[in-house]
Unconditional design. Sequence first.
Lengths: 207, 108
Amino acid sequence: MPHDHHDHDHAHALLPPDPALRVRALETLLTRKGLIDPGALDEIIDTYQNRIGPKNGAMVVARAWADPGFRAALLQDATPVVADLGFFGRQGEHIVAVENTEDVHNMVVCTLCSCYPWPLLGIPPGWYKSDAYRARAVREPRAVLADFGVTLPETTRVRVWDSTAEVRYLVIPRRPVGTEGLGVEDLAALVTRDSMIGTGLAREPGA
Amino acid sequence: MTDQIPEPVFTEPWHAQVFALTVHLNEAGHFAWPEWTARFSATLAAHGLARALDGGDDYFTAWLVTLEAFLAEIGEAAPVDVEQLRAAWEQAYLSTPHGDPVHLPEGV
């Protein structure tokens, strides 16, 4: 949290930026009306800051790699499968898992805003929310992938999935070679956030 | 553009606050999530006309503008009331000695 004017000569409290004051005003008004519970706000922030993140999705991917039955169920209908693991959309959305293969590479965007599988990946990174990514992912996915350092064979088709308020996508990246003996925990460590958005690949073991 | 360097989930406290406020209002049943995303998408599109948004502060600015307008639309936070409280908070910060907790004065 940067403090641009860290000045010890301040006679008064450091004035927050205007948007922060507007958010504070909304909170005050809604709390007074009994519409919100300030404790619930802290709980939501704590959840998204500390308890939900790409580790959840990585565990799902690792299990899909390790367990063919789990993988089949996940690809058929991911929502109940991930709900069983305690990951469910608080906004009631459906989760769809899409699997990368030699022939198809999947990549996820939200062209209209920033819909994202929060329960599995947490809050999206800045670039996912940028106009540049939202516009270019559909128009020139291979160029975007190149920016992320990903080059795919010409024979691999790139499929871009546009998220909505109702449907969020999880990419199941390809399992790296040389991981046959690894358990789920070790496999999960190879699954990066970007590989589950489709702008990256899973790490090679030892990389 | 890679995920090798961990980045903070929220870069400013108010980003987290406005996010949590919106999620909480949705979960408390004040609006459905698709109603939110429809409005938020429209704001992002409008803001993105002038210059490309970078997904940082400008993203949450669009989020806040959307929430203010949505709450005004559904009659839960009139702009005049919000502005009065914003001004009161500003005054409270300016009149509180540095280091002391900031509270709204009695009666505001």
